[in-house]
Every structure is written in structure tokens, then in C-alpha cells.
Design a protein around this ligand. Structure first.
Ligand code: KG4
Ligand code: ZN
Length: 340
């Protein structure tokens, strides 16, 4: 029988310091997440320098807690996995340096993980039988991609945003209607009381075969709508603005995701990233994909937003392919999917 592989994973690419212990890429023994949201809320967004400092303050405790919760010691760990990009360079460096220190001191292999591959891998934790190929829609605060995952570690980007990421648009629109940071969950919540058909915001469409996105247009349309209402001293129904904006974003995400499945002739689509927890996206995706015979996969909410368990899963598949990293591994803030 093959020995179980236990990976200690570390994630610090943005405003969550997280450490997890994951067995064979699929079973989570612990997943500790120290969120900095309360600190950044005051500034209306993530302040990179503050994020790095906070990561430094908590990382040792977070790693220790992950080991304790998993009931393992450093000796039980087979490898150390860590996010090395994309993300905020100062934030990435904290997790990376810590992981390199551990790898060196424990004499265990280091595995560098692409944060986006981590988000996609969250689906392997939830769906134990899931194997590539499948299409994945990655929608987070910094990224919007449609990817064909052909095999473990093999990605073909089919479409991506040409300007704002989906989550970024959620956050900016939320701010414009007076909701705090992070805006996505708040828009999701108040949209439930709004009418999604109340305002017709534009959907960016490129030519028929193109699977790219653009969200700056819809964001500007919301701002113009708010300005014109204010100038005319007319009432703004925030719930309707939120619901109509959310629908405009969700419609294009779902449309392109289905196009991608048809193009690649695959019958399953996985959703990943913070915006994957959006309830309208989940409902619409399930409804529309059902019509096409496509199965929709979603990680649970805690694995949608940034966490180290997803990094531990991605690290395992790298480890199995012998893809360990040297101790000279550096942070790559704009690391591309599939790039090494
Ligand atoms: O994946 P993530 O935690 O961090 C990045 O790697 O960017 O995603 C955070 C993003 C934020 O923009 C947040 O507003 C958005 O995900 N988000 C949501 C929801 N929950 C989080 N957007 C829409 N609806 C939600 N329920
Ligand atoms: Zn993320």
C-alpha cells in the first residue's frame, strides 16, 4: 500500500494568513485562516504594507495551530507547500520565506504553488473522485479566467478578463453604493431584497468565439447611473442597483462558461475563487448548465476564498510529479497559470 502523503501548506498572497495540513491532496486535517478583513475594512481595501506586517505577526501561530489541529508534528510532514504567486509581493514573501525556512530546517521538500491552481484544486477536496479534464471558471478578487484543465498541472486558458476581475468589480460597485469592504458578500446579501430586472446594465460581448470578459463597462455604467440619479435628485434603491449589477456579471460568467464546455466537449465545470461563493452565480450556473447536461461543481464557501488547504491540494499533485522547488524560489507577483 502507498504511504499517505501529508503536506503542510502555507498561503499569504493577500489578506489571509493560512496554514493547513492536507493528506493525499484530498483530505483536510486542518485549515487555519487568520483573516485581516477587519483591519483593511477601515481603508476600504487591502493595504499591502499593512498586510505584510500582519502576516509576519501571526504566521508562526497559524502554522502551529494547523499542526495541533491536525494532531501531527513537523516530523509527520512529507513536504512544505507554499503560494509563491500571483499576489502582493510583500505578502507572498512572508509565507514563502517561512516555508523555505521550514523546508531547510526540517530537510523536507519545498513545493511552490500557483495561487490560481490552488483555487482550482479546492474542487479536488470537495469532490474526491474528480479527475481532469474539466473546465474551471476562476473568479476571485484579482483574477477572472476560464481554464481547460487537461491534466494535473496542465492548463489552457480559454478566456480571461481584459480589465477588472469579477471580484474587483463587486468590491468597487459595493463601495459606490456605500457598502463596506469586501463588497462581494454584501452585494450578494442585499441583492436578495432587490429586483435584478430593475436596471439594464450592459454586458460586454466580444465576437462569438471569444471567451474573454470585461467588467469595467458595467462598473462605469453603475457609477453613471448613480451620478445621474443624484443629479436629478431621484431616489436610489441600492438593493435594485446591487441585484441588477450582480445579474449583469453573472450572466456573462455563465454564458462563457457554457460556451467553454461546448468548445472543449466536456460535461463538467468547476467554479473556484472568492466570487464562487456568490449565491446568484451558483443558482444561475446550476439552472443553465442543467439544460445543457453539464455538471456544476462548487467548493464549500470556506474553500472558495483564500485558504491554505487548497494550496496543500495543489502541492500534492506537484509533489506526485516530482515538481519540488529549490530554496532559491522567489515570489512572482504576476505569475501566470501553468508558468513555472
Ligand atoms: O479568492 P479571494 O478570497 O481572493 C483573491 O484571490 O482575490 O476572493 C476575494 C473576492 C473579493 O473581491 C470578494 O468581494 C469576492 O471574492 N467575494 C464575493 C463573494 N464572496 C467573496 N463576490 C461576490 N459574492 C460573494 N458572495
Ligand atoms: Zn485567491
Amino acid at each position: 500500500m502507498n504511504k499517505d502523503i501529508k503536506i503542510l501548506a502555507i498561503e499569504s498572497s493577500c489578506d489571509e494568513t493560512s496554514a493547513a495540513v492536507v493528506v493525499n491532496g484530498r483530505k483536510v486535517l486542518s485549515n487555519i485562516i487568520a483573516s485581516q478583513i477587519d483591519i483593511h475594512t477601515k481603508f476600504g481595501g487591502v493595504v499591502p504594507e499593512v498586510a505584510s506586517r500582519k502576516h509576519i505577526e501571526v504566521i508562526s501561530t497559524v502554522v502551529q495551530e494547523a499542526l495541533e489541529k491536525a494532531n501531527v508534528t513537523f516530523d509527520d510532514i512529507d513536504a512544505v507547500g507554499v503560494t509563491y504567486g500571483p499576489g502582493l509581493v510583500g505578502a507572498l514573501l512572508v509565507g514563502l520565506q517561512y516555508a523555505k525556512g521550514l523546508s531547510y530546517a526540517l530537510n523536507k521538500p519545498l513545493i511552490g504553488v500557483n495561487h490560481i491552481e490552488g483555487h482550482i484544486s479546492a474542487n479536488f477536496i470537495e469532490y474526491k473522485e474528480l479527475e481532469p479534464p474539466f473546465v474551471c471558471l476562476v473568479v476571485s478578487g484579482g483574477h477572472t479566467f476560464i481554464v481547460h484543465m487537461k491534466d494535473y498541472g496542465e492548463f489552457e486558458v480559454l478566456g480571461q478578463t481584459r480589465d477588472d476581475a469579477a471580484g474587483e468589480a463587486f468590491d468597487k460597485v459595493a463601495r459606490s453604493i456605500g457598502l463596506g469592504y469586501p463588497g462581494g458578500p454584501k452585494i450578494d446579501k442585499i441583492s436578495k431584497q432587490g429586483n435584478a430586472e430593475a436596471i439594464k446594465f450592459p454586458r460586454a460581448n466580444f465576437h462569438k468565439e471569444c471567451l474573454d470578459f470585461s467588467f469595467s463597462g458595467v462598473k462605469s455604467a453603475v457609477l453613471n447611473y448613480l451620478n445621474s440619479k443624484k443629479m436629478k435628485e431621484e431616489e436610489i434603491v441600492r438593493e435594485d442597483v446591487a441585484a441588477s449589477f450582480q445579474k449583469a456579471v453573472v450572466d456573462v460568467l455563465v454564458e462563457n462558461a457554457i460556451k467553454a464546455c461546448k468548445l472543449k466537449k466536456v460535461d463538467k465545470i468547476a467554479i473556484a475563487g472568492g466570487v464562487a461563493s456568490n449565491s446568484c452565480l451558483r443558482e444561475t450556473m446550476i439552472k443553465e448548465c442543467e439544460k445543457e447536461g453539464i455538471k456544476v461543481l462548487f467548493p464549500p464557501l470556506v474553500l472558495c476564498t483564500d485558504n491554505a488547504a487548497m494550496i496543500g491540494s495543489a502541492a500534492y499533485f506537484e509533489y506526485k510529479q516530482g515538481k519540488t522547488a529549490p530554496l532559491t524560489l522567489n515570489a512572482v507577483p504576476n505569475l501566470k497559470l501553468g508558468q513555472r
